[in-house]
Design a protein around this ligand. Structure first.
Ligand SMILES: [Zn+2]
Length: 125
């Protein structure tokens, strides 16, 4: 049976919230048979719920917009026609790799270590 998967990239709590949200919106009777939550992933059998993929996409966007703490950081990416990934885009993840001394944004852990050594040199001088 065709189904779609919503992955929350390791965020089980977010997956649970999306599960509750979708359940409210598309299954008023809270018939949970066709939405299954497993750790950070939701699987939805669209056909049986009478909703389209477009509606799921819209609901996901609505969900994110309705949460002020998510709206600024999270985005939805689609893969392989049947997978939605809800999470923080890679570019934002990488921005967390920054220097606590001066706020320099490194492109990787290695870059950060090299950068930090320059602070060491400056302090010695
Ligand atoms: Zn620095």
């Amino acid at each position: 049976m065709p189904s779609i998967v919503i992955s929350c990239a390791g965020d089980n709590e977010l997956a649970r919230k999306i599960n509750d949200y979708l359940m409210d919106k598309i299954t008023p009777s809270h018939d949970t048979i066709y939405i299954s939550l497993s750790e950070d992933e939701l699987e939805i059998v669209l056909e049986k719920l009478g909703v389209s993929k477009d509606e799921i996409r819209k609901l996901l966007h609505d969900f994110i917009k309705s949460n002020s703490e998510l709206a600024d950081y999270y985005s939805i990416t689609e893969f392989n026609d049947n997978v939605f990934v809800v999470g923080i885009p890679k570019s934002l993840d990488e921005m967390t790799v920054n220097c606590e001394i001066c706020g320099y944004i490194a492109s990787s852990e290695d870059d950060l270590n090299i950068h930090k050594r320059t602070h060491g040199l400056i302090f010695i001088l």
